[in-house]
Design a protein. Sequence first.
Lengths: 69, 69
Amino acid sequence: MTEHEFLAGLGARIKELRIKKNISQKDLAMECNFEKASMSRIESGKTNITILTLYKIMSALNADVKDFF
Amino acid sequence: MTEHEFLAGLGARIKELRIKKNISQKDLAMECNFEKASMSRIESGKTNITILTLYKIMSALNADVKDFF
DNA sequence: CCGGTAGTTGTCATGTAAGGCAACCGCAAT
DNA sequence: ATTGCGGTTGCCTTACATGACAACTACCGG
């Protein structure tokens, strides 16, 4: 698995969990205290997020980090 | 769980897996293509690593990312 | 047609991770 | 006492994530 594939897969997983909770990128981003633009880039695998950013998203989704992989 | 606790816990988990494989920070760092100094800081929770750095460490440890949480 | 909603993309400033080098601390073992 | 190893810390540069704001597309509602 390439690094790019890894990031894309992670973004897809985040999107999947977000859709399951029926909230918009904007709403999820607001709960994480950043912009919907950032969430868009994260879900599309364009940014190599830090582990704390992943932690914030995980918390906002009431999910366990394990659920992201 | 605070962000600091999250980072510290992640570092401890990395250390645990590294010890289990019986390799030094230096050797693990070399496999990840960075310095032992960086590995020391990661294991002690001093740096907020990116997900690709975690991915590199995971690969070097022949572990699944799930094993880190 | 026009408003709002969801998502994408460009650009910017600031902070900080990545990567590297060197010096240092404990602690073996000789 | 000194050589070596594992680990820690300080400092530096460069790259990039974060966070923000705006502009844009596309779709759907009235």
